[in-house]
Design a protein around this ligand. Structure first.
Ligand code: BES
Ligand code: ZN
Length: 749
């Protein structure tokens, strides 16, 4: 059964059985809040620009754990305790069996299990009532009170058909075939009436007598007879028992087996399961997070709700938490003898040393944690009515799942009292129709229990899986939160400013998860198991990854987010630099980042590589720097590559208007005749003595007249001047396709 208990991880919406509307009216459930929380943080869109897609992220550990809690598993444990074992009266073998069942499960979850036997306690006289063939309502293991006036049969008991002898007061009450049968008669509160009924049954050859309350939702009564009946078992049943027997008899013959036992001053049993913290294998220093429930039930009651339910929830919390390496010590207890006056819990607390008590974070006691009884609500009750750490943590867990129905007030009456008395923060968690006083604290309120409370009808019908789930999410959520390590993450910029609204992710080796978002103060409280994690914080496109953060115990973690762009120092080519065509030039640049380091520094040509000088003209050279946080910077410069120019003409010369003037120059080789920039050469009139331009620039005469040629290692541009320029000076400009311009001024005759 346990192997199949794992449920696929999925979002779950809380619902309350027995009147969702009523539950909502009380604020018991806030479905929308629960869903928002379960789906992850609303700020996920802010992580855009990072490599991980948000949909693949796991939830934070608080969320992951509550998603794993499944009340269906709790129900199966409750069924084992309340149905397979049945009533578990303190000091009886069933209390022990309950302890061993709980211990066995916890051992399979990796806990170290021990049993504490204590006592002796008061003598218990019980009847185990079963049927070899009938399906008994409420479960196969009925328990009634065995009278000291009857016979104790031992485990084997007697078996026979049942006859209904009504009040058993007159011959007419008894069927003619009473001989050799088990006789059912009404239990009377008047001793003489009981005595007569039993004597009448015995005289008619009964092999056992059941005196059961005919009405009134009564528990099985313990009683004595004025006339002892040492030869047959005489037992007391509750009103449910008489109703069930009469119901079965109406359908046909009914066979029961009755085994009566007297357990003289028996011992009670506690089961204690411990899971030591990772770094504290002997359990001497780690903080202790404890969960408790009671194993025992009152005589006659299967105790499904009171309190198999508490153990069902404890076991599911243990199953889920058992999968995480923890730095806190987990203790799960099943206490015996609670119904006898918190006996087992008090015995357990007595074993705690002062140092051990000081290690306690708290004790979360669960007693009656999920009845479908509509008026019941989830209460955190403390002996003094004050809130405490355990209560506060439950409120926070309720908040995380969107459950608004938790309330706190005053009550003892369960095992939390023993811890409270020892100075350990403890609270009783209970689904109860508790009626608080006007002011909670100085005095307690009143309460109404469900009709099945402490009755044979406290069966699986008195269990609500939906409410168990809420208890799991609230109490289990609080326990898990405290069993994990508290990590206070703060995000600050490299300038020291707190960074609000920063999504924090973490990968602790089990997948990347969404941890949450920093608040306005730049802080985020999160919980983690014992782990080494890589933390990622994203702000304004800058991503900081803090690798290998060791989490073993509570700690603080400051993550500095680099929001400063990297710097680029470009030495060569410098902006505006001029290089000769074909020259060997080595580029030189570097990128720096003060904080996160440089992720990439890329230029048009890698640093140390050869600058491209293979073509003349203006060229762009770009460098991009990206730091490890994702901040990037760019720098762009322009450099010029020119021909190796040499002029074979003077700066000024004389010429004759209308004649051709040869302009000779060298470009270090034959570069073809397309080396002149479009629109050039050009000339314009200038003042002869100052050289100041007086006219607009004019292209040289038609290309047919002027002409560039190459020969003998030289270029020769033959410039045809115009006759009309006679007596003026002109400045001649030869602009090349490498962007360079060359001049000469001519005085024309
Ligand atoms: N599960 C109950 C606790 C309880 C408290 C039930 C309040 C209903 C209302 C517990 O098992 C129990 O029955 N306790 C006893 C007291 C105990 C000290 C014997 C009780 O409340 O009578
Ligand atoms: Zn109880």
């Amino acid at each position: 059964m346990r192997g199949s208990l794992e449920r696929p991880r999925r979002l779950r919406r809380l619902t309350v059985v027995g009147g969702l509307a009523a539950a909502l009216a009380l604020g018991a459930v806030s479905a929308t809040a629960g869903v928002v929380q379960a789906q992850g943080l609303p700020g996920q869109a802010l992580t855009a620009g990072t490599s991980t897609t948000t949909s693949a992220l796991l939830p934070d550990y608080d969320n992951e754990i509550v998603t794993r809690f499944d009340s269906a598993n709790s129900v199966e444990h409750i069924r084992h305790l309340a149905v397979n074992i049945g009533p578990r009266l303190n000091g009886t073998p069933q209390e022990r069996e309950g302890a061993e069942y709980i211990g066995g499960i916890l051992e399979s979850y990796g806990f170290k299990v021990s049993y504490q036997t204590w006592g002796p306690v008061s003598t218990k006289r019980v009847a185990k009532v079963t049927s070899p063939n009938a399906d008994l309502p409420g479960g196969p293991n009925w328990q009634m009170a065995a009278s000291t006036s009857g016979k104790f049969t031992g485990d084997n008991g007697v078996e026979g058909q049942v006859v209904d002898a009504k009040t058993g007061q007159s011959a007419a009450d008894f069927p003619s075939d009473t001989e050799g049968k088990i006789v059912l008669v009404d239990y009377s509160t008047t001793a003489s009436v009981r005595n007569t009924a039993v004597a009448n049954a015995v005289s008619r050859g009964a092999i056992a007598v059941i005196l059961a309350y005919p009405t009134g939702n009564s528990a099985p009564p313990s009683f004595t007879l004025t006339t002892p009946q040492p030869n047959l078992p005489v037992i007391g049943g509750g009103s449910a028992h008489s109703a069930w027997i009469r119901g079965l008899l109406a359908k046909g013959p009914l066979t029961l087996r009755i085994a009566t036992n007297e357990y003289v001053n028996p011992m009670g049993t506690n089961v204690l399961a411990v899971r030591h913290a990772v770094g504290d294998p002997t359990g001497t220093k780690a903080p202790i997070v404890m969960v408790g429930a009671h194993i025992d039930s009152v005589l006659g009651a299967p105790g499904a709700h009171d309190d198999a339910s508490g153990n069902g929830v404890s076991l599911e919390i243990a199953r889920v938490l058992g999968k995480y390496p923890l730095d806190k010590e987990l203790r799960i207890a099943g206490f015996g003898g609670e119904e006898g006056g918190l006996l087992g819990a008090r015995e357990y607390v007595k074993t705690l040393t002062a140092e051990e008590k000081a290690r306690f974070v708290g004790e979360w006691q669960m007693d009656m944690v999920g009845t479908p009884y509509e008026p019941a609500r989830l209460w955190a009750l403390t002996p003094n009515g004050q809130s405490n750490f355990v209560v506060e943590e439950a409120y926070k867990a309720a908040d995380r799942v969107g459950f608004e129905g938790l309330r706190n007030c005053r009550l003892g009456q369960s095992d939390h009292q023993a811890f409270y008395d020892a100075g350990i923060p403890a609270s009783l968690f209970i689904w109860l129709d508790y009626r608080p006083p006007a002011v909670c604290g100085s005095s307690g309120g009143s309460y109404v229990t469900e009709p099945e409370y402490h009755r044979p009808t406290d069966t699986m019908d008195n269990i609500s899986p939906e409410r168990l789930q809420i208890t799991l999410d609230v109490v289990g959520g609080a326990v898990a939160h405290n069993a994990l390590n508290a990590v206070k993450v703060s995000a600050v910029s490299d300038g020291g400013q707190p960074l609000a609204g920063a999504p924090v992710r973490a990968d602790c080796g089990d997948g990347e998860r969404n941890v949450g978002m920093t608040g306005t103060d730049g802080r985020l409280d999160a919980v983690f198991p014992h782990a080494t994690c890589d933390f990622t914080v994203v702000v304004d496109g800058a991503t900081v990854v803090e690798r290998g953060v060791s989490i073993s115990g509570d700690r603080e973690l400051e993550v500095t987010v680099d929001l400063t762009k990297p710097t680029i120092s470009l030495t060569k080519p410098a902006d505006g630099a001029v290089f000769t065509l074909g020259a060997a030039e080595i580029v030189s640049y570097r990128c720096d980042d003060n904080l996160s380091g440089v992720a990439a520094c890329t230029g048009t040509v890698p640093d140390g590589g050869a600058l491209d000088t293979s073509t003349v003209g203006f060229h762009e050279f770009a460098v991009n720097a990206t730091d490890k946080a994702g901040n990037s910077a760019d720098q762009k410069v322009t450099y010029q590559v020119v021909y190796p120019w040499r002029a074979y003409f003077p700066e000024t010369m004389d010429g004759k208007a209308g004649s051709a003037v040869p302009i000779k120059f060298s470009l270090g080789g034959d570069r073809g005749t397309g080396v002149i920039a479009p629109g050039y050469p050009a000339s314009r009139q200038v003042t002869c003595d100052t050289g100041e331009a007086t006219g607009a620039a004019a292209p040289t005469a038609t290309p047919g007249n002027s002409k560039l040629s190459y020969g003998g290692g030289q270029y020769n541009y033959v410039w045809k001047t115009e006759k009309s320029w006679s007596g003026t000076c002109r400045k001649f400009e030869l602009k090349l396709d490498d962007g360079s311009s060359h001049f000469t001024t001519i005085r024309l005759k």
